[in-house]
Write a protein that binds this ligand. Structure first.
Ligand SMILES: [Fe+2]
Length: 225
């Protein structure tokens, strides 16, 4: 039994509702061990749309802005997981940033020339600080696909940047299993097949008693050595 298995059985299986700073995960994504080995998460480009620092909010719930009663448009999802270091130890206090397009495939960024509409109710960017077991969580929406070039449409994906004290930074992207555009994506297909498996995540249906509206994604991240 490796250290990750011990961690998972001790701390993850017991939780059906997980409260993390800034967010209560509405249903568990920590209810099962990750099937993926604790190998370094492949690096991928940050792309051109990393936030410029003008964000009005950066909490872990991207679906609802402060003072708004109306959620962002799109299918709500929970993205959560555990951050590990290169020795497969939980990266306590890791800072996990995400940024993504809204439901229409548009980023809230000056460099995005996509004519698709912006969603004024969507947060586009968020930060989750991992707990002592390296667990992070976000509530967001399924991002839309968007044109990268005239003959290349990027599949739905979420950008990640992960930092932890004393460790090297990781920049990567998470994809949704079953999306037809995945197989034609130049960034995803540039990874080796074994690496793709670590960033293409199968959605999990909510457990009985969970939020019936949403799906959850468990995306564990292992920092580079
Ligand atoms: Fe992107």
């Amino acid at each position: 039994m490796n250290s990750r298995t011990r961690i998972s059985r001790r701390s993850l299986l017991r939780s059906s509702m997980v409260a993390l700073p800034g967010l209560v995960v509405p249903f568990s994504v920590f209810g099962a061990d990750s099937p993926r080995p604790c190998a370094t998460t492949p690096r991928q480009t940050a792309g051109p749309f990393y936030p410029l620092g003008h964000e009005i909010e950066n909490d872990a719930d991207l679906t609802l802005l402060k003072g708004s009663a109306t959620p962002a448009r799109g299918e709500p999802i929970v993205v959560a997981g555990q951050v590990f270091d290169a020795q497969c130890r939980p990266a306590a206090g890791a800072v996990v940033e995400i940024w993504q397009a809204c439901w229409s495939g548009r980023y809230n960024h000056l460099l995005d020339s996509n004519p698709a509409p912006l969603d004024p109710r969507f947060q586009y960017y968020g930060v989750s600080r991992a707990d002592e077991q390296g667990r992070y969580a976000f509530k967001t929406i399924l991002p839309g696909a968007y044109p990268a070039t005239a003959n290349w449409t990027r599949p739905p994906h979420i950008h990640f940047k992960v930092r932890a004290a004393g460790r090297r930074e990781l920049v990567t992207q998470m994809y949704f299993a079953g999306q037809p555009l995945n197989e034609a994506d130049r960034i995803l297909m540039a990874l080796a097949p074994g690496e793709r498996e670590r960033v293409v995540i199968p959605p999990q249906p909510p457990p009985s008693g969970g939020d019936p509206r949403g799906i959850s994604m468990r995306f564990d991240l292992t920092l580079p050595a």
